[in-house]
Unconditional design. Sequence first.
Length: 136
Amino acid sequence: MGGRKWPVMVSTVLLGRHRYRVVRPAETPRFAGLYEGRLGAQFCLDKETAAMFAQAWGLVARSPHTIVNLPLRRAKRPSQHIWGRPLDLVLLHHRLAFPPSRWKQVRSRLGTGRAHAVVLPSHAWPSRSIDDHRRA
């Protein structure tokens, strides 16, 4: 996974005295879905979108002042079945102390952003064997 480029759009949003850096994929995910249904949230994705999700997760873990917005509502639905209300996914580090109630304001001020590429270092995803997971 390390060294893989992820093309993104970066926006800076000012709300009062707060400045937020928001990262979004440059392209809408091809095949994904996050749905809120009767049984809770359901997350469906293909291999490419799973890699994008892993990079987004890694970026947020290493950049506590970044918000990552994955617009999954625009992606192709996994099936013709109605799973529930489609949702976007917003990832952020807990140290940002971002109140969820502020997200709609931030989202409405995003604009197009500027093109950038995220590349996580090769050691971002340490290889672990199945035995390592069993011991943990």
